[in-house]
Design a protein around this ligand. Sequence first.
Ligand code: ADP
Ligand code: MG
Length: 387
Amino acid sequence: MPSLSESTQGKLQQLMPGSVIGIVGGGQLGRMMALSAKYMGFRIGVLDPTPDCPAAQVADFQVTADYDDRSAIAELAQRSEVLTYEFENVDADALDLVADTVAIPQGTDLLRVTQDRIHEKTFINQHGIGTAPWRAVNSLPELRSALEEIGYPAVLKTDTGGYDGHGQVVLRSADDLARLESVSADDFPPSILEGFVDFAFEASILVSGNGSDYVTFPIVRNIHKNNILHVSLAPAVISDETSRIATDLALRLADGFKLAGTLAIELFVLRDGSVLVNELAPRPHNSGHYTIEACSIDQFDAHIRGIAGWPLPQPRLLSPAIMVNVLGQHVPAVRAAIATHPTWNFHDYGKAEAKHNRKMGHITILGDDPESLADEAEATGIWDDLK
Ligand SMILES: Nc1ncnc2c1ncn2[C@@H]1O[C@H](COP(=O)(O)OP(=O)(O)O)[C@@H](O)[C@H]1O
Ligand SMILES: [Mg+2]
């Protein structure tokens, strides 16, 4: 478990327009970070192996290399005043190696905590915040005894590298366990067993910081299909008490990290209105895209202001809204819908290939009632494959 004490930044040096921000990772999150930064007058470099990746299309320069290529990270650091990242699976040691040539306002401990589910859950619990019950399991015998404690149903997840449900298996009964018995001891990845949470719904809250002050965004309800976010509805319909609990835990985690930039917190809201934290993402998040049109400051502006050491305003929801993801299979129908939906805000990430289930863009729709906006979107039939 990394210690946060040595590398907490406290008050950050304020970064001035004209400075270069280097982004490790050139997907849609990097692209939207870059667009925010450009409005503020920053220059952008991006490290990504794919030439002309989404972020590179709006950046000043690209270092075209793998994310873990240490000489490429050194080059990006050399050409930037500040480094940030758009995903959590960045080589934290490689960033530490360049920390004397470039500012890394988010620090690397935030990465180390969030890229490993055991570190992440330990950190959350140490801050007095609830998660599903969990046990670290590194072998079948450990899994068996963890199941005796936690019981069925449970979810087995790899410690590192999981996303959109990859690296997860739900265990509903001894039959499911039996299916795993064929995994040889050497092939059992370091994992975590979690009790299956019978939540009322999933939600998320974003918190942004500048190293010493923190602000939270409205809480949204998230609907996943096939473990991929499908729709976010803003605001989530929750009691004032649930909202207070979620906001309070977000501020506590932000302070624990001495957060600079945006952190997303995925939540399970239980039927009694209490809240458990599912996982953290040390960056802007898919469920926060609605903030671009619906809030007084969006998650990307807040990220850039935060890592630039600028003061942060309290985000306000200007209008209820929904965000719907556009996956590869939805692209033709969504392109056709441009002609007939003037109130839909179309975002396209500029990806070359529209693969099945690949996030290609999103749509944000403002209105009075998120539920009926979602019904209207579904009624188009564009997303029928997810039913
Ligand atoms: N302990 C759990 N109980 C119930 N559902 C879960 C649990 N863990 C994960 N899920 C479901 O699986 C989805 C993906 O899991 P998550 O831990 O967020 O991994 P990923 O990194 O793939 O997003 C969650 O959004 C939720 O719908
Ligand atoms: Mg998740």
